[in-house]
Design a binder for this molecule. Sequence first.
Ligand SMILES: Nc1ncnc2c1ncn2[C@@H]1O[C@H](COP(=O)(O)OP(=O)(O)OP(=O)(O)O)[C@@H](O)[C@H]1O
Ligand SMILES: [Mg+2]
Length: 252
Amino acid sequence: MSAVLRMEHVQVTFTSGWGRRRARVRAMRDVSLLVEAGRTLGVVGESGSGKSTTGAVALGLRRPDSGLVEVLGRPAARRDRARRGRVQAVLQHPQWSLNPRRRVGVLVREPLAVAEPGLGRDEQRDRVARILEQVGLDAAAAGRYPHELSGGQRQRVSVARALITEPAFVVFDEPVSALDVSVQLQILELIRELQAAHGFGALFISHDLGAVRRVADTIAVMRLGEVLESAPAAEFFDRPVHEYSRRLLAAF
Ligand SMILES: Nc1ncnc2c1ncn2[C@@H]1O[C@H](COP(=O)(O)OP(=O)(O)OP(=O)(O)O)[C@@H](O)[C@H]1O
Ligand SMILES: [Mg+2]
């Protein structure tokens, strides 16, 4: 079994405020997680439980205070040339990650140009056309600007940007939370389909158990920076072990 993400005993503590207001938040307490190649680990938990911090650590955007983080078999690092395009992210608000002055075709091509600078123009154009089709956008979308798209279409663009480089590992942090429920279902379905076609491993972060249920093979429940429970999805939904997980499920 090969892992695309391995975290062992990861700790992250934030300090905020000054003087007497100075406070320490333990955002990750001894977190151990595993994402297997081609599989999805769903991380669920209430606001502030440390989900996004976990995602940032997995992406090499935040260094943990202690613990081991291995991505694609190597220590996580912010700039790792060898891993360019192999690790990607899809975040909650596509309007913030999409440059409003660039057309969709350019936005989708950018990560490819960075990951594979040697690629010819025709090849780039083909890859852009192919991924746009795979995420369910018509060819005309390439000429539009982000503000000319719906929220769901913008999130399809984000997914296309992430997948065009054919990553082995993708972090999704609340990718559907800003969308209407019916559009959420479409995007979750799309993520599932694309994973079957492309075979990437995924860390799928959401506060919404319903969303996680649709995509995850394994579930980890976080609370106050800790992983309370992790189990194969079927097992988790059938008989959650932890009292808190049972409450989450009852509310859902
Ligand atoms: N840059 C930071 N500086 C100080 N504290 C932070 C910082 N980032 C996160 N925190 C704190 O760390 C804890 C975990 O935050 P995190 O964003 O990981 O939670 P989350 O589970 O993603 O929450 P949400 O569901 O609201 O996105 C919170 O208490 C948060 O306030
Ligand atoms: Mg978050």
